[in-house]
Design a protein around this ligand. Sequence first.
Ligand code: PRP
Ligand code: GUN
Length: 184
Amino acid sequence: MSHPMHDDIQEVLYTQEQIQQRVRELGAQLTEDYAGRDLHLVTILKGSLPFLADLMRAIDLPLTVDLMGVSSYAGIHSTGEVRVTMDLDETIEGRHVVIVEDIIDTGNTLSYVLRNLRQRAPASVKIVTFLDKPARRGSPLEADYVGFTIPDDFVIGYGLDWNQRYRNLPYIGILKRDVYAGPL
Ligand SMILES: O=P(O)(O)OC[C@H]1O[C@H](OP(=O)(O)OP(=O)(O)O)[C@H](O)[C@@H]1O
Ligand SMILES: Nc1nc2[nH]cnc2c(=O)[nH]1
């Protein structure tokens, strides 16, 4: 059945089933790597919420979760200016932190978050990102765990937005050019 939201998609990159499979694999890897340690997941809002919700249930360890609101995109463009919209609730000092991100693109957001979190003296910091788009990276930045490496297209769904919309698409797709090239 046709639906306006789905009509805006040029191509489906990853289906719901492919996403779930890959998240299970990432969860199994983290379960192995963090066995015996207290894992603290720090999620970067808002795009990472669906990934966090799935990933945390795929990790078979005692863990804790906190949220940090960070934003830098307007439409399809990075403003280059990272804004903290909500700070963490708990201290991360002495804790084993894994940052949960939906996508690393230019790397601006995570470079900022890494600098910010390292000042708080955690025991360790690693990064898990569901998507990695290395083509547009400004400075070298590598995630420790990556779901999928994608080409240089603007993607939406599974939490990822365009102007705050499409986050509820259950799959990841490429947005049609005429959607973001046209009037809002
Ligand atoms: O590597 P970068 O080029 O910095 O891009 C990646 C960031 O962009 C998106 O966040 P956005 O600013 O759109 O906020 P949101 O998660 O609330 O949508 C995404 O969730 C990442 O945090
Ligand atoms: N929705 C979305 N947000 C992003 N932030 C950085 N890159 C992207 C992208 O390709 N899609």
